[in-house]
Design a protein around this ligand. Structure first.
Ligand SMILES: [Zn+2]
Length: 359
């Protein structure tokens, strides 16, 4: 209890410092090799925890509750290990929030696409009926909620992240989130679009938070939900190039111990070279990504975001399955640069929102 009081005082004093809300999607890979919980989640997270502890950073894990449901049904022993792990993360001061991939629903209900294993697909919400979708969200949310063994001093789940690429069109889920009493969504990266994923945030507002009801991509002054976008903007080409060369030449830094394989398109070296060249020429905005950015690039983008969004915080995205030595360096670098890395700064999202509403 003492600890909680100290933390609250501390964060009030520190309100003026720039804040990073570091989030990590807690899930497995998609594709033919989806990997194991042991290597893609537990081992990588084990490498991350010491640096979080030593810098006093607390982060958000967006847990794929569909994965939990799947293991609950298919392998109770893995499910129990996952539950223990989540409680451990929470005991260490981190937040557990809600993430959900549609593919598990198909798997759980014996539905396949083209007669193939459903877990191998990144499925889209539009492939399900409204009724199925609502049922799945409710079931997954309730399961995660119960796993967290809620007690009176526990914060409820307050934020959701859509499974990128799968939640198109995203407005299908806004009503569901309202009904589940989840006030914050953190799924949008302003300015970013992915053709093959049918994801398009090119016209999303560049602001630290906004409300919506129809869909998280667009502002709606009367919307019940708050969008806390993942910070995104363009960065100088020299930093882009440096990142790319570092990944190509300093494999040890980017090595991770996960055993799954990314969704097919990211595995082609040719495609990744091509997309690098394309991004250098076109200088598209990129998301604040703790998996694939050098610490200095990350800090540059986060600071630039704060300026353009006129805010003191930036939300970043990462994945347990992609955690590498670079992620660890990055947390330490941000702390040295005097950023506060705290999940309880979700409350800044609310504040920024009410300020914007007044303006
Ligand atoms: Zn995901």
């Amino acid at each position: 209890m003492d600890k909680c009081i100290k933390v609250t005082k501390q964060s009030k004093v520190d309100m003026q410092r720039k804040t990073l809300i570091a989030t990590f999607d807690y899930e497995l890979f998609f594709g033919k090799k989806w990997g194991t919980v042991e290597l893609s989640i537990f081992r990588t997270t084990r490498n991350l925890l010491p640096i979080l502890k030593s810098t006093g950073a607390t982060v958000v894990f967006f847990v794929d509750a569909g994965m939990l449901l799947y293991y609950f049904k298919e392998s109770p022993s893995i499910h129990n290990k996952l539950c223990d792990h989540l409680l451990l993360l929470r005991d260490q001061g981190h937040r557990i929030d809600f993430h959900l991939h549609p593919n598990w629903y198909a798997r759980l209900n014996g539905l396949g696409r083209n007669g193939k294993e459903p877990v191998f697909y990144h499925e889209f919400v539009e492939e399900y009926s409204d009724q199925d979708l609502k049922r799945y969200f409710k079931q997954a949310y309730n399961h995660l909620f119960n796993v967290l063994k809620p007690s009176s001093n526990m914060s409820p789940i307050i934020a959701f992240r859509a499974a990128a690429w799968s939640y198109t069109p995203q407005h299908l889920v806004s009503e569901i989130l309202t009904n589940l009493n989840i006030p914050i969504d953190s799924s949008v990266c302003p300015g970013i679009s992915l053709d093959w994923a049918k994801m398009d945030f090119t016209n999303s507002p560049t602001s630290s938070a906004w409300s919506y009801s129809g869909g998280p991509e667009s502002k709606d002054d009367n919307g019940p939900l708050i969008e806390a976008p993942i910070a995104s903007t363009t960065i100088p080409r020299r930093l882009r190039l440096k990142d790319y060369l570092s990944r190509a030449n300093n494999l040890k830094r980017w090595e991770n111990s996960a055993d799954g394989q990314g969704y097919a398109t990211s595995n082609s070296k040719f495609l990744s070279k091509l997309s690098m060249v394309k991004s250098l020429i076109l200088n598209h905005p990129i998301a604040l990504d703790s998996d694939r950015m050098l610490p200095e690039t990350f800090e540059y983008l986060a600071s630039k975001w704060c300026k353009i969004a006129n805010t003191s915080f930036a939300v970043s995205v990462g994945h347990n399955k992609f955690l590498s030595n670079n992620t660890i360096d990055l947390i330490s670098y941000m702390s040295q640069k005097d950023w506060i890395i705290r999940h309880d700064n979700w409350k800044l999202v609310h504040e920024a929102f009410s300020k914007e509403e007044k303006a």
